[in-house]
Ligand binder design. Sequence first.
Ligand SMILES: Nc1ncnc2c1ncn2[C@@H]1O[C@H](COP(=O)(O)OP(=O)(O)OP(=O)(O)O)[C@@H](O)[C@H]1O
Ligand SMILES: O=P(O)(O)OC[C@H]1O[C@H](OP(=O)(O)OP(=O)(O)O)[C@H](O)[C@@H]1O
Length: 216
Amino acid sequence: MINIALPKGRLGKKVYDMFAAAGYPCPSISDTNRKLIFENPESGIRYFWVKPSDVAIYVERGAADIGVAGKDILMEYTPEVYELLDLNIGKCRLSVAAKKGFRDNTDKTLRVATKFKNITQQYYRSHCRDIDIIKLNGSIELAPILNLSDVIVDIVETGTTLRENNLEVVETILPISARLIANKANFKFKSSRIEDICSHMKLQCSASSEGERTYD
Ligand SMILES: Nc1ncnc2c1ncn2[C@@H]1O[C@H](COP(=O)(O)OP(=O)(O)OP(=O)(O)O)[C@@H](O)[C@H]1O
Ligand SMILES: O=P(O)(O)OC[C@H]1O[C@H](OP(=O)(O)OP(=O)(O)O)[C@H](O)[C@@H]1O
């Protein structure tokens, strides 16, 4: 049996559709009821719906053999997993953004609101810039508007949230996409099965590429 952690939410359906098209469907799967585990005994595949930021934990600890997580999550939490494949979906960027016209041109400690504490710390350390991190869990764009922070470090996909709140990208830190990851020990025990899944998924990546997005 191969246990696969799927991210709930905006990535979930796209990711499952890729697995199904790659030859690993699970007819009973649904994201509209409260069931979390779905099994296809014929193909020996079991899917779990997991909170996106938790996928890497399930995989790292072996509760799932493989799973799909955004590069943002992998960079932030650096789980001990194998990153097998860039699925080329869930494309976005992690960016520094601020109110239109903001310039970081004083020596004052910069106040940065973000969900991504570790990436933010690393980024500003590499720029030798003193910062005060304000850890938020959502609606990050509110922080500079209400003067809770000077800038934010957050995900930008279409740019709509920034635009509708009169913010703009200052700098891009990291391009992001969804990655297929595997538990290190389970990969050894189940290598032929997992490699098989990986190569079938790879064919889907090239077949169903989202294409290049244009950003603001
Ligand atoms: N517009 C976007 N906003 C956030 N994440 C995005 C976006 N576009 C693509 N992604 C990718 O999708 C992944 C899952 O995002 P989603 O918003 O579904 O989860 P989340 O609500 O941020 O996760 P959690 O509930 O675990 O905090 C992100 O980790 C990122 O890699
Ligand atoms: O560039 P866009 O297409 O507008 O997407 C970016 C927005 O989407 C995410 O928020 P999410 O919808 O996950 O809500 P949140 O504020 O609760 O994190 C992200 O944190 C940005 O706010």
